[in-house]
Design a protein around this ligand. Sequence first.
Ligand code: HEC
Length: 147
Amino acid sequence: MKASTLCVCTLLCIANPGLADEPEDVIKYRQSMMAAIGGHMGASTQIVRGKVQPEGHLAMHAKALAELSGDLGVLFPEGSDFGETKAKAEIWSKPQDFARVVADAKTATAEFATAAAGGDAAQIAAAHRKVGEACKACHQDFRQKDD
Ligand code: HEC
């Protein structure tokens, strides 16, 4: 990399902290994060329903879910609402409502991680259900339906 390129990049990075990058890259990153969340949630559901019993995995999936969902708001910077995305315009036009579902997802996944680490089946089932509700609440209002 040329010194001048490095210099421009450094300047841009300082001027644009966080995810203020190309919209299509932000969208791709957001969808990859959601796919990862979907993977851990799907795996958790199989374990919680007793379909599989891989030793120690539930706590791992729940912890990953909590970490991946700790700050979902950062995946939705202004300007990432066009292109190949299912994110609805309401994310930016109703920021308070959106902030609430982001916060609910953080709380629900953190509680699930605590329950999974604790090992109480009833608590785990209840916390898992709450996570599912948190996903659904946001998707219902802020994600476009499949065509
Ligand atoms: C705060 C809102 C919000 C929460 C909470 C949320 N999602 Fe999403 N999710 C979205 C939006 C918006 C999209 C569409 C993103 C796009 O197309 O740019 C999406 C997309 C997805 C996708 C499709 C990813 C792809 O490949 O394009 C999956 C799978 C998914 N979410 C799973 C989950 C699961 C599982 C949970 C709960 C653990 C969850 N989401 C919680 C907003 C949310």
